[in-house]
Design a binder for this molecule. Structure first.
Ligand SMILES: Nc1ncnc2c1ncn2[C@@H]1O[C@H](COP(=O)(O)OP(=O)(O)OP(=O)(O)O)[C@@H](O)[C@H]1O
Ligand SMILES: [Mg+2]
Ligand SMILES: [Zn+2]
Length: 259
C-alpha cells in the first residue's frame, strides 16, 4: 500500500512484488511497506544498545593484521551474501559464528539481522543465558505471560539470533531446552543465527592440550555445553563462519586508547 492512498505501481497495492534471483522467480515485500515496517521490526528485535548500530559498514577487516584480515574478510563476505540472498531455496537457513572473544561475532550477527529486518523479515535477538533464564522463570508458578512468550518467540520467530550459545553451565534441563529449540527450528526451516566462542573440531580446533587449559579462550567444546544432538542439528542447518585467529577488538581498542 502506498502511504498517499494511491496504488503503488511496483506491487499494485498488494505489498508484494515479483523479483528474479539467480534465475529463480520469487516474491519480496515491496519498498512501500518496508519503510514503516523496518522501524517497527527494529523496535521489536531486542538488539542490545551496545550493538544497535552494528553493521557491515562499521566493521573493519583489520587490513594491518594479515591473519585477522584474511579471517575477517572471509567472514564478512559469507555473512553479507547470506543476508542479501536469504532465503535461498534448498540452502541452509542459518549461520553459526564461532571464534574467540572480541573477534566480532556478535557484531556480525547483528549486522546480518539488521539487513534481514530492512528486507522485511521478522527477527529477534536473544542472549542465550537470558533466554534460558526467562524460559526457566516461565515454569515458576506465579510468572506472567512475558516469560512464556520468550519460549514461544524462540521457537516461532522468523529469524532467531542466539548470542553466546553454550555460555551456561550445562544441566539436563538446559540441554533439553536448547535441543528442543534448535530441533524445532531445524524441522520447520526457520532461520537461526548463533554465535559461540566454544571449541569445535569441525572448525579445526585441536584437542585441548593437557595443562594448557587455563590459557585458552574456551576450555569447553560446543557439544559438551549444548549436547551432541543440538550440535549435530546446528551444523545441519547452519553455514559455519569462523573468526578464529582474528584479534580481540576490545583489547585492540584498549591498547590504542591507552595513555
Ligand atoms: N572488526 C571490527 N571492526 C569494528 N568493530 C569491531 C570489530 N570487531 C569487534 N568490534 C567491536 O568490538 C566489540 C566486541 O565485538 P563483539 O562483541 O562482536 O565480539 P564477540 O566475538 O561477540 O565476543 P564474545 O565472544 O566475547 O561475545 C563490539 O563493540 C564490536 O562492535
Ligand atoms: Mg559476542
Ligand atoms: Zn508497493
Amino acid at each position: 500500500m502506498a502511504a498517499s492512498g494511491e496504488t503503488c505501481p511496483q506491487c499494485e497495492g498488494t505489498g508484494w512484488r515479483h523479483v528474479e534471483r539467480n534465475g529463480v522467480s520469487a516474491v519480496e515485500r515491496c519498498d512501500c511497506v518496508l519503510a514503516g515496517r523496518t522501524e517497527l521490526l527494529l523496535e521489536r528485535a531486542n538488539i542490545p544498545p551496545l550493538y544497535r548500530n552494528a553493521s557491515f559498514d562499521n566493521f573493519s577487516t583489520l587490513p594491518d593484521n594479515p591473519v585477522a584480515h584474511r579471517v575477517l574478510s572471509n567472514a564478512v563476505t559469507l555473512a553479507r551474501t547470506f543476508a542479501r540472498e536469504f532465503p535461498q531455496p534448498g540452502r541452509k537457513r542459518g549461520l553459526l559464528f564461532i571464534g574467540d572473544p572480541g573477534t566480532g561475532k556478535t557484531h556480525l550477527a547483528v549486522a546480518v539481522l539488521r539487513v534481514l529486518l530492512s528486507r522485511g523479515f521478522e527477527g529477534v535477538f536473544f542472549d542465550y543465558q537470558d533466554l534460558l533464564e526467562r524460559i526457566r522463570q516461565s515454569y515458576d508458578r506465579d510468572s506472567g505471560t512475558t516469560s512464556r512468550e520468550a519460549l514461544e518467540t524462540a521457537l516461532e520467530c522468523e529469524v532467531l539470533v542466539l548470542d553466546d550459545l553454550g555460555a551456561h553451565r550445562v544441566t539436563d534441563w538446559v540441554e533439553d531446552t536448547i535441543t528442543a529449540i534448535i530441533t524445532h527450528r531445524c524441522n520447520h526451516q526457520k532461520a537461526l543465527i548463533a554465535t559461540t566462542n566454544l571449541r569445535d573440531p569441525a572448525v579445526g580446533d585441536p584437542p585441548i592440550p593437557m595443562g594448557a587449559a587455563g590459557e585458552l579462550a574456551s576450555r569447553y567444546y560446543l557439544a559438551e555445553r549444548i549436547g551432541a544432538r543440538a550440535r549435530s542439528r546446528l551444523f545441519e542447518m547452519c553455514h559455519i563462519i569462523s573468526t578464529r585467529g582474528a584479534e580481540d577488538y576490545r583489547l585492540r581498542l584498549a591498547r590504542r586508547t591507552a595513555p
